[in-house]
Design a protein around this ligand. Structure first.
Ligand code: MD3
Ligand code: FE
Length: 220
């Protein structure tokens, strides 16, 4: 369905031509985090000292190619007993590192730009892709409140993001995501199937041969 970008039904985008509506409920904010990238990266390095990136094991017994860590009051984990959010890092038994205020501010202002004022994430999942790493098509449905959006921030090497609709077998769109891009996913797009194609080898001036992705969530 067509809706004008000035409409008020699905969230107003500011008058910025880099902001494009992907589908109802989803806005791509090109370069939105660019000016904060170095601060974000320093914060991620700090988080990863306390809570290192690790390759989680799926309930089916497969090692994920993407390495993950979290910050916030809860973090997403996977193991043989399933997927869930939990307050402690299973590697250390300690709480996840707190969410830095610059993370929170970025997530809130992006959510507002995407039509979701008042978003207060309690979890930030940090994904690290090295060449070949991918995320197969999935839904994010371990959160308690699907009324809240998810905000994603891409850093480092570009990746091809795939997303379909409400069924695994539906038609998929491919979106290239670059360093500094932010996407907000809410409303009808919140439960859409999505994934990331295997990361192509390359060199990014700041991050070298890797891509980092932050996803801000309201888990509880
Ligand atoms: C669309 N991460 O961590 S971010 C994930 O690039 C995840 O690392 C990808 O999918 C990445 O779960 C994609 C974009 C994204 C995140 C959550 C969504 C798109 C979404 C939830 C619903 C619909
Ligand atoms: Fe996801």
């Amino acid at each position: 369905m067509y809706a004008p970008s000035t409409g008020d039904l699905f969230g107003d985008a500011p008058a910025d031509t880099r902001h494009t509506r992907l589908v109802e409920g989803a806005w791509l904010l090109r370069g939105y985090a660019l000016d904060k990238a170095s601060t974000l990266l320093a914060a991620i390095e700090h988080i990863a000292v306390a809570a290192p990136f690790r390759h989680l094991i799926t309930p089916g017994g497969f090692r994920m190619s993407v390495a993950m860590t979290n910050c916030g009051t809860v973090g997403w984990v996977s193991d043989s007993s399933g997927y869930r959010y939990q307050p402690g890092d299973p590697l250390s038994g300690r709480p996840w590192p707190p969410m830095p205020s610059i993370f929170l501010e970025l997530a809130q202002s992006a959510a507002q730009a995407g039509g979701f004022p008042g978003f207060t994430p309690d979890a930030c999942l940090i994904n690290r892709y090295q060449p070949g790493a991918r995320l197969t098509l999935h839904q994010d449905k371990d959160e308690g409140d699907f009324g809240a959006p998810i905000v994603s921030v891409s850093l480092g090497l570009p990746a091809t993001f795939l997303f379909g609709g409400n069924s695994r077998n539906g038609r998929q769109q491919r979106i290239p995501l670059q360093h500094g891009d932010v996407v907000t996913w809410g409303g009808p797009a919140r439960l859409y199937y999505h994934g990331v194609l295997p990361l192509k080898d390359g060199h990014h001036a700041v991050l070298g041969a890797q891509r980092l992705n932050l996803t801000f969530r309201r888990a509880r």
